[in-house]
Design a protein around this ligand. Structure first.
Ligand SMILES: [Zn+2]
Ligand SMILES: [Zn+2]
Length: 140
């Protein structure tokens, strides 16, 4: 049994080829948008419909096996690195995204200076800037 099969079973999801294909695509290509997920999955499983892949993305997100991120003004992206409350740095020019661990130690951002009595389980931090490739293009 593969890791992906075990993950699906642990989440009480049926093991299907489209679900395995989506998990594999996101492991190999973090932070891709829906269109790219569809392209990668259909390269392997030509007969899977777009709708079926949308459904898989929703089911895996709801089960917490993948995470949906949506920087302001950008398309939703998906990744399979979940559960560590990591953050993202986004390039304003080309939309490239990279992972950033919590600024200091383990998920300190979950400790708000004042939680107003809320039970906090996620902090969303997006760092915006220019990626090295775009910065290089600008400096001749
Ligand atoms: Zn860029
Ligand atoms: Zn990430």
């Amino acid at each position: 049994m593969s890791d992906f099969e075990a993950q699906l079973r642990d989440a009480s999801l049926r093991v299907t080829r489209p679900r395995l294909a989506v998990l594999a695509a996101l492991r190999d290509h973090p932070h891709i948008d829906t269109e790219t997920v569809i392209e990668l999955v259909r390269a392997d499983l030509e007969t899977v419909s777009h709708q079926a892949i949308y459904d898989v993305l929703r089911a895996l997100t709801d089960a917490g096996l993948i995470r949906r991120i949506q920087p302001a003004g950008a398309l939703a992206r998906y990744e399979s690195r979940v559960g560590d409350n990591h953050h993202h740095v986004v390039c304003r020019s080309c939309g490239a995204i990279a992972d950033v661990d919590c600024a200091v130690g383990h998920t300190p951002c979950l400790t708000a200076s004042d939680d107003h009595g809320f039970v906090i389980d996620q902090a969303e931090v997006v760092y915006w800037g220019t990626c090295p490739a775009c910065a290089a293009e600008r400096t001749p």
